[in-house]
Every structure is written in C-alpha cells, then in structure tokens.
Design a binder for this molecule. Structure first.
Ligand code: CP
Ligand code: NVA
Length: 305
C-alpha cells in the first residue's frame, strides 16, 4: 500500500493490520519506541478544500507525535483555488514535501495527486469515500463490540454519501453484515452496486428491518459538504430515517451508536440519543488520531518499496 485513497483499494489483511497497529499506538501513546520517530524531520502537506475539525486536528497532532511537521494549506489560499490543475500542484509539492493529505470533492483529484506527486497520498474525505473515518470506526467497534465478525451494522440516512459507500467497501472486505436504510433516491446507485459486486450489503427503505438485531447503529449528516443547496429537500425526505430511542429498542442487546460527526441534533439523530451515547461517539472521534497515525507509519514504511 503506497497510498491510502479508499477502502475500495485495501485488502482485508491491510485493514486488519492497520487496526492492530492503531491499537498498539493507542495503548502506548507517549511512550518512547512507539512510533515517535517514524516520520522524523518530514513535512506533510494537508490540502483542504472543505471544512474540518476532527480530520485536521487529528492529522496535525498525529504528524507532530510522529516527528513530522504538518503544512496546512487551505485550497483557497494556494493557486489551486484559482484554477491551477491538481496535477501541477502535485508535481510541485512532490518535490518539496514527504506526503500529502487531501480533503476535496472529486475522488479523481486524490488519484491524480498520488499519480503526479509520487509521494504517499491520503484521502481525508472526498465525495466518494471517507476511509480514515472508517478505520477509526472499525477500531471503535473492535474496542466496544469485541470485533466486527458476525456483527450487523445498520447505516441510516444518506446511504449514497461518502460514508455509506466506504461502509459498503468495509463490509465487502471484512465480511460483516451491512444494512443501509435510506430512501431510494439516497441509496448507492446501480453503477456503484455493480462495482461493489458480491457483498453482504442490503439496501432497504425499511428502518425497522435495518434496526432489528443491529449491533451498531450508524448515522451521518443528511447534508454532506457540497450539498447545502439541497438541504431543505433532504431534511424533508430523510426525516423518517432519524435514529432515536425507538430505533434503539429494536437493536441487539449491547448495541452501540456511532456518528462520524459533526452531528445535527434532532435531524439524523435525536438530541436525547446523542447525549445518551456521547461516550461511545466521542471515543470514535478520538480514534481518528490513533487510526491515522497507523496509516502515516504504514505509508512512510512503504515509501519507495
Ligand atoms: N468526521 C470528520 O471527518 O470530521 P471533520 O469534518 O470535522 O474532519
Ligand atoms: N458525509 C459527510 C461526512 C462528514 C465527515 C460529508 O461529506 O460532509
């Protein structure tokens, strides 16, 4: 693995090995000999076209803890924002920095950056996938549910967004059951499902079917970044897909609630359920740091291999 562009492109072994490394890094955070020098003296560029709290902070802190410097570049402050092609930006940065972390719209932009920059490139969220988040989610499920084997994950809301798609790839690679409960218009489209191929993934409009016996109830905002113009319509159509106390009554004993955040109370999740489950949701947010440090170390080790 030279780049981290999507769960689609990872094998089961690569995912599992990153999770194991993240567990080690979390257990030994701050102790010498545990990744402290892995990226010593390096500079990693972070090119962000969209807003971020968790991804930005966890990568900046993670890079610092691994001995590297984070160079945060708001896409609007560099020539990229004025139309300089991503491949030219990549060819410049590839000669100056050691790796790149990119948050943007088009998946093709991170693919192009990786190709032209020739430095380790990480997808920090595109419209297609949010693989860093999935790794943190899997780590949390491992911690709270003892693993994902044999588990049922139920995703509610906009199933056709980056999170829904990354979850589908995770289910395919790791073999757990995923049910995506979404209105037809917000289910992954036929082209995506054809690319996914055979996978333990069910699409449904039936929220009760999705919730019944689920070990993980997962949701995400109904209005992903870039979709703000559709907000009013989305909030109306997606309203029946909120997770709340009634959803919980159908879930498996010991079920957990996960939300990639930021959360919009009383939209995709009731305010009451969110606060009740805040501990596991913010444990999930913290795990971004540990999971991404594992990705950074892995990419640094594989550079030039
Ligand atoms: N979950 C997530 O990626 O959060 P940010 O948008 O704050 O980075
Ligand atoms: N689907 C959301 C995820 C935010 C972390 C978005 O793209 O805005």
């Amino acid at each position: 693995m030279k780049h981290f562009l999507g769960i689609e492109h990872l094998s089961k072994d690569e995912i599992v090995s990153l999770i194991h490394q993240a567990i080690e890094l979390k257990a030994h955070r701050g102790k010498s000999g545990f990744g402290g020098d892995a990226l010593k003296g390096e500079t990693w560029a972070m090119i962000f076209t969209k807003s971020s709290t968790r991804t930005r902070v966890s990568f900046e802190v993670g890079l610092t803890e691994l001995g590297a410097r984070a160079l945060f570049l708001n896409a609007n402050d560099i020539q990229l924002g004025r139309g300089e092609p991503i491949k030219d930006t990549a060819r410049v940065l590839g000669r100056m920095v050691h790796g790149a972390i990119i948050r943007t719209y088009a998946q093709q932009d991170v693919v192009d950056f990786a190709e032209y920059g020739k430095i380790p490139t990480i997808n920090a969220l595109t419209d297609e996938e949010h693989p860093c988040q999935i790794l943190a989610d899997l780590l949390t499920i491992h911690e709270l549910c003892g693993g994902w084997e044999g588990k049922k994950v139920a995703f509610f809301g906009d199933g056709d967004c980056n999170m829904g798609r990354s979850w589908a790839w995770a289910a395919k690679r790791l073999g757990f059951e995923l049910v995506i409960a979404a209105p037809k218009a917000f289910q992954p489209d036929a082209e995506f499902m054809a690319r996914l191929g055979e996978a333990p993934v069910t699409l449904t409009e039936d929220t009760e079917f999705a919730a019944t016996g689920a070990d993980v109830l997962y949701t995400d905002t109904w209005v992903s970044m870039g979709r703000e113009a559709e907000a009013e319509e989305r909030l109306k159509i997606l309203a029946p897909f909120q997770i709340n106390a009634a959803t919980m009554t159908l879930a498996a004993k010991g079920a957990i609630v996960q939300h990639c955040l930021p959360a919009y109370r009383d939209k995709e999740i009731s305010g009451e359920l969110f606060e009740e489950r805040a501990i596991e949701i913010f444990q999930q947010a913290e795990n971004r740091l540990h999971a991404q440090k594992a990705i950074l170390i892995h990419l640094a080790e594989n550079r030039g291999v």
